[in-house]
Design a protein around this ligand. Structure first.
Ligand code: AMP
Length: 183
């Protein structure tokens, strides 16, 4: 599941994974948990996250490889917010291939920029995330455009990309995603 910051990726990944009965693997959540517990990874990641930058690929890739090796990932999973760079795309391919696994679909949640900023500022009030201030939101959007938007073409050319309008209620968007996965 990919999409610009504030498109509703995390919420939708959670409800869709639950509906499909597969684990929801959010790199952002795993990183935030590491920051919260003060692990070595968390200490490394915090500065990048607070500035709206991506955590270095090497650390992120290793974290995902470990998560995918857990037994519950053997029957499918929904990756939320990973891969986010071309290097991560290549690494994910390398993780899946030896296990005989492949990505079935890539969902891109699309969103209107103004709406997204409003959503993120609201989330800042509700959840108090350190990376939801206006400057950092702007930086996260730039980073998405520079480093993650190119993945749309990569997965598009592989025939895996499904674009879903992320505007609307949680239920409306969820139903669109589930319909597009069936189609
Ligand atoms: P998210 O919860 O998906 O919005 O992610 C929050 C933050 O965690 C991002 O702004 C990045 O700093 C970091 N992050 C999450 N996923 C990745 C990833 N795949 N690669 C690099 N950094 C990531």
């Amino acid at each position: 599941m990919m999409g610009p910051p504030g498109a509703g990726k995390g919420t939708q990944a959670m409800v869709v994974a639950e509906k499909l009965g597969i684990p929801h693997i959010s790199t952002g959540e795993i990183l935030r948990a590491n920051v919260g517990h003060g692990t070595e990874l968390g200490i490394l990641a915090k500065g990048y996250m607070d500035r709206g930058e991506y955590v270095p690929d090497e650390a992120t890739n290793q974290m995902v490889a470990e998560r995918l090796a857990a037994p519950d990932a053997g029957n499918g999973f929904l990756l939320d917010g990973y891969p986010r760079t071309l290097d991560q795309v290549a690494e994910l391919d390398k993780m899946l291939e030896p296990a005989g696994l492949e990505i079935e679909k890539v969902i891109e949640l699309t969103a209107d920029t103004d709406e997204v900023v409003i959503r993120l500022l609201k989330r800042a009030e509700d959840q108090g995330r350190a990376d939801d201030t206006e400057d950092v939101i702007r930086r996260r959007m730039e980073v998405y455009a520079e480093q993650t938007a190119p993945l749309i073409e990569v997965y598009g050319s592989r025939g895996l990309l499904v674009q879903v309008d992320g505007m609307g209620t949680v239920d409306e968007v969820r139903d669109r995603i589930l319909a597009s996965l069936r189609g």
